[in-house]
Design a protein around this ligand. Structure first.
Ligand SMILES: C[S@@+](CC[C@H](N)C(=O)[O-])C[C@H]1O[C@@H](n2cnc3c(N)ncnc32)[C@H](O)[C@@H]1O
Length: 470
């Protein structure tokens, strides 16, 4: 009964052939895991066949592991995966990648790494060895560690002295990836340990309240994540959140224009980005279209940061009045009544249906008959094949014997969904879920722009769902 194993191995070897052929044709190559990350080496993914082959190989490799590894070992690995987050956090907060880089990058003895980080070398070495065993850092000689492609991404690219002396502003001007990591590895990780207590307690089990999430159980003061971020002492986390929401963490600057045609809007059009953060989405739209008016609404603290950021990055858009920042609570009636496009990017996934209905109903009340609503969140795939096409064309098309949703290659979606559950008592939605939610607030889906890279991959912003008033 080794048939499945042979099929999985063949999928991997066929994928490797496809990748190799495309690289030869395009003059690219697959970057070595041993060398630090360099965005230019990602060029090999640009080919459509390569992206499918990569997903096939990842999905098949995970399925092969799950098939061949003794089941007790597999369950033990899964049950102890909290150790990955804990070990990664130690390496990240101790700036190990930076320390190694500043020493020349060839590798540094654990005693020197630990001295710079002010940690016990006998403990840190075990953390790094655990990570290196999972292809994160390399132990290049006994007790000597070097960065590799994965570990180098922990480095925020600023001198160690600057990182250590400016903990609040350290993520400014970075891609946002490390800012998100800092939040995930700290409070999201700790909050998720309270999932069972929160999901089965009769007080919180069926709750739709954001202040009754696993995160709220963990902090124990009945606050939402957003209210907690504003508390004194959390400035570092608020700053990380602002930077982390940047599109730069996973997407190219032009990714926003790969769905809805923002470039076709003119000076009579008005785009309103609700909960638009510090204006990262607005920046991509404004750069691609020099006439459309844009208003970014968010909480006061975020708006202040946004204005500061735009004074640096695009001051003329502010001074001309073409782009405006406005304090706005999306649970209050919407003040802008002439919107051509309302954008909700990564907003609905932060809230349960009860709260999403409030947000969507305020927008519906302020919409003109021609207003469009663009919802930009991940769309969840079923794990099984969607033969009845209830997902409206969202692909669940991995070849057998792979899981139809591409298994581990698409895991990012399910990670995002559970992170929303733990932190906000919220969720990512399937297309039928979203269609029903929008309908209840008076909106109808007219078009879905799929995530062209698929599976939330590098360089894309995920799908865009366009709705109009019913
Ligand atoms: C996940 S972030 C998304 C930011 C932005 N749309 C993006 O895609 O980068 C959610 C945003 O909702 C904002 N927010 C939370 N509660 C809000 C409220 N009641 N009214 C307006 N904005 C709010 C947060 O400050 C944050 O900027």
């Amino acid at each position: 009964m080794a048939e499945t194993v042979l099929e999985l191995a063949k999928l991997i070897s066929d994928s490797a052939e496809t990748i190799n052929k495309a690289c030869t044709e395009n003059g690219t190559s697959v970057p070595s895991l041993d060398a630090p990350f360099d965005p230019r080496t990602e060029a090999f993914r640009g080919h459509a066949d390569v992206s499918i082959a990569v997903n096939t190989a990842i999905s098949a490799a995970y399925q092969l592991i799950a098939t061949l590894r003794p089941a007790p070992a597999s369950i033990f690995q899964l049950a102890t995966s909290f150790l990955h987050s804990s070990a990664l956090r130690v390496a990240f907060e101790a700036n190990v990648s930076r320390i190694i880089k500043e020493a020349g990058g060839k590798g540094l003895h654990i005693k020197d790494i630990a001295a710079k980080a002010d940690l016990d070398p006998k403990k840190l070495v075990r953390i790094l060895r655990f990570l290196a065993t999972h292809h994160f850092f390399g132990e290049v000689e006994p007790d000597v560690f070097a960065n590799n492609r994965l570990s180098s991404l922990l480095d925020i690219g600023k001198p160690l002295s600057e990182i250590q002396s400016n903990p609040i502003t350290k993520y400014e001007g970075t891609s946002g990836l490390q800012a998100v990591l800092s939040l995930m590895l700290d409070d999201s990780h700790k909050a998720s340990a309270y999932a069972w207590e929160t999901l089965h307690d009769s007080k919180t089990a069926f709750s739709e309240e954001p202040a009754e999430s696993a995160f709220s159980t963990y902090i124990g003061n009945g606050k939402t994540y957003w209210a907690w971020l504003e508390e004194p002492g959390n400035a570092k986390k608020e700053a990380a959140m602002s930077v982390g929401m940047g599109t730069g963490q996973t997407a190219s600057a032009d990714a926003i224009n790969q769905g809805f045609d923002f470039k076709s809007l003119n000076e009579n059009d008005h785009v309103v980005d609700i909960g638009g953060g510090i204006g990262n989405t607005a920046l991509s739209i404004a750069r691609g279209n020099s006439s459309v008016r844009i208003t970014v609404q968010d909480r006061a603290a975020v708006i202040k940061d946004g204005i500061e950021k735009w004074k640096q990055s695009f001051p003329e858009a502010l001074s001309s009045g073409r782009v405006t920042f406005q304090e706005g609570d999306f649970f209050a009636p919407q003040s802008i009544k002439d919107a051509s496009v309302f954008i909700l990017r990564h907003i609905l996934h932060d809230w349960s249906d009860k709260y999403c209905l409030q947000i969507l109903s305020h927008l519906r009340a302020a919409a003109t008959p021609s207003t469009k609503l663009l919802v930009m969140d991940s769309i969840m795939h079923y794990v099984c094949a969607d033969t009845a096409n209830v997902s409206g064309g969202m692909k669940n098309d991995a070849p057998a014997p792979l899981l139809p949703n591409w298994g581990a290659a698409g895991a990012q979606l399910y990670i995002a969904d559970l992170a929303m559950l733990m932190v906000h008592n919220a969720q990512e939605r399937t297309l039928p879920d979203l269609r029903e939610l929008l309908k209840r607030a008076g909106w109808k889906i007219v078009r879905v722009y799929p995530d062209e890279g698929g599976l939330g991959s590098h360089g894309t912003l995920g799908p865009q769902v366009e709705a109009v008033p019913i």
